[in-house]
Design a protein around this ligand. Structure first.
Ligand code: PMP
Length: 354
C-alpha cells in the first residue's frame, strides 16, 4: 500500500509521473533503448531538455519576456555561490529567513560584501521580517520564498529597483505570483518539480554580464544559456522526470489549479492545529507556509502514542528538522488532500485518547 508521504524533500511525486519514468528507464519512446542509455546530444533527449525548459517558462508566465530557463547540477546550494559569482560586484542585500538563507549569505560573503537587510535568526526563524529597506545602490536583493525547515513563507515581496533573486526551492510552481518581479529564480527540483539531481534556474538575461570578475565556465549562466543548458552532460533522468512533472501540472490546469488544492490542504491542516490543544504550530500565523506545516506536541508524554498511531495509519516523513524538532507536514503539489485528511484524523483521534 502506498504510504501518505509527508517527506520534506526529496518527496512525493505524482504516481503517473513515476510510472512513465519507470517505463522510460526500460524503453524510451518504444525505441528499444533506455532513456539512460542514449546520448544527451541525440534528438530524443534534446527534445526533452527543450520541452522542460519551455514548460518551466510557460507555467511561470515568463515566455517571451527575456528570461531563460536552465536545468543545472549541484543543487540549490551551488546557486548560493553561482548567484554571487555572476551578480555580485560590490555589495548585495540578503533577507535572512532561515538556514538556507543563512547558507546563501555565507557563500556570497566569500566573494564580496553582503548586508543582511533583516533577519529573524534571533527568534529561530519563526517569522518573516517585514518593513526593511533595500538600498538602491546594491547589486541585487536575495530572498528565500519558502523556508522549508521552519515552515514560514513570504506572502509578498518587497518592491525594489535592483534585481531580485529568489530561492524558490520549496514552493516553486505551488502558487500564483507575478513572476516578472523576479530577475533570477532558482529551485532544486526535489520538491515540486522532480527528483533530486537537477536545479531549475530562471534568469532574466539582461542582468548578466555586469561583473568584472572572471567566472569559471561551469559557474557562468551565460555559458549555460549559450549552450542551451547542455554545456556539459546534463542529469538526463532528473530532467526527464522534471519534464513529466511539469507536463502533469500543465494538464491539471497549471499553477492556478494546484494553488487551489494547496490552499485547501493547508486550510485542513492548520485548522486542526489551531483547534486541537495537543498541538502547537511553530511559525507565526500570518507567515505560515502552505508547503511545510511545522508543529509540536504540547505534551511530550504523548510522543510515543502519536508516533505509533502515525505508523499504523501509513503516515511517513513527518519528523521535524533537527533544528526545530517536533513535526513537519510537507504538503507539496503531488500530495493528495486525502493524505492531509488521514493525518488530521490521527491528530484528532489522539485528542480523544488523551
Ligand atoms: N533552499 C531551500 C529553500 C531548501 O529547502 C533546500 C533544500 N532542502 C536548499 C536550498 C538546498 O538545496 P540542495 O540540497 O538542492 O542544495
Amino acid at each position: 500500500m502506498k504510504k501518505h508521504n509527508f517527506s520534506a524533500g526529496p518527496c512525493i511525486l505524482p504516481q503517473e509521473v513515476l510510472l512513465k519514468a519507470s517505463e522510460a528507464v526500460m524503453d524510451f519512446n518504444n525505441d528499444g533503448l533506455s532513456l539512460l542509455e542514449i546520448s544527451h546530444r541525440s534528438k530524443p533527449f534534446v527534445d526533452v531538455m527543450e520541452k522542460a525548459r519551455s514548460l518551466a517558462l510557460e507555467l511561470l508566465g515568463l515566455e517571451g519576456k527575456g528570461y531563460k530557463a536552465l536545468f543545472l547540477q549541484g543543487g540549490a546550494s551551488t546557486q548560493f555561490l553561482m548567484v554571487a559569482l555572476n551578480l555580485l560586484e560590490k555589495r548585495a542585500g540578503y533577507l535572512n529567513t532561515g538556514t538556507w538563507s543563512d547558507k546563501a549569505i555565507k557563500e556570497a560573503r566569500i566573494f564580496d560584501d553582503v548586508y543582511e537587510v533583516a533577519s529573524s535568526k534571533s527568534a529561530n526563524y519563526n517569522y518573516i521580517p517585514k518593513g526593511y529597506e533595500i538600498p538602491s545602490e546594491y547589486d541585487y536583493f536575495h530572498c528565500t520564498s519558502n523556508n522549508t525547515i521552519f515552515g514560514t513563507q513570504m506572502k509578498s515581496f518587497p518592491s525594489c529597483d535592483i534585481p531580485m533573486v529568489c530561492d524558490m526551492s520549496s514552493d516553486i510552481f505551488s502558487r500564483t505570483l507575478d513572476f516578472t518581479q523576479f530577475d533570477l529564480i532558482y529551485a532544486g527540483a526535489q520538491k515540486n518539480m522532480g527528483p533530486a539531481g537537477t536545479t531549475l534556474v530562471v534568469v532574466k538575461e539582461d542582468i548578466l554580464g555586469k561583473v568584472s570578475r572572471k567566472i569559471p565556465s561551469m559557474m557562468d549562466y551565460k555559458v549555460h544559456i549559450d549552450k542551451g543548458s547542455m554545456f556539459n552532460t546534463p542529469p538526463v533522468f532528473a530532467v526527464y522526470v522534471s519534464m513529466l512533472t511539469l507536463e502533469w501540472l500543465k494538464n491539471l490546469g497549471g499553477i492556478k489549479a494546484i494553488e487551489e488544492q494547496n490552499e485547501m490542504k493547508a486550510r485542513v491542516m492548520y485548522s486542526e492545529l489551531d483547534l486541537n490543544p495537543l498541538f502547537k504550530g511553530y511559525a507565526v500565523k500570518e507567515d505560515r507556509s502552505l508547503m511545510n506545516a511545522t508543529f509540536n506536541l504540547t505534551n511530550d508524554n504523548l510522543k510515543e502514542t502519536f508516533e505509533t498511531m502515525l505508523k499504523e495509519a501509513g503516515i511517513s516523513g513527518l519528523n521535524g528538522h533537527r533544528s526545530v524538532g517536533g513535526y513537519r507536514a510537507s504538503m507539496y503539489n503531488a500530495l493528495p488532500l486525502e493524505s492531509v485528511k488521514a493525518l488530521v484524523e490521527v491528530m484528532s483521534e489522539l485528542e480523544t485518547k488523551a
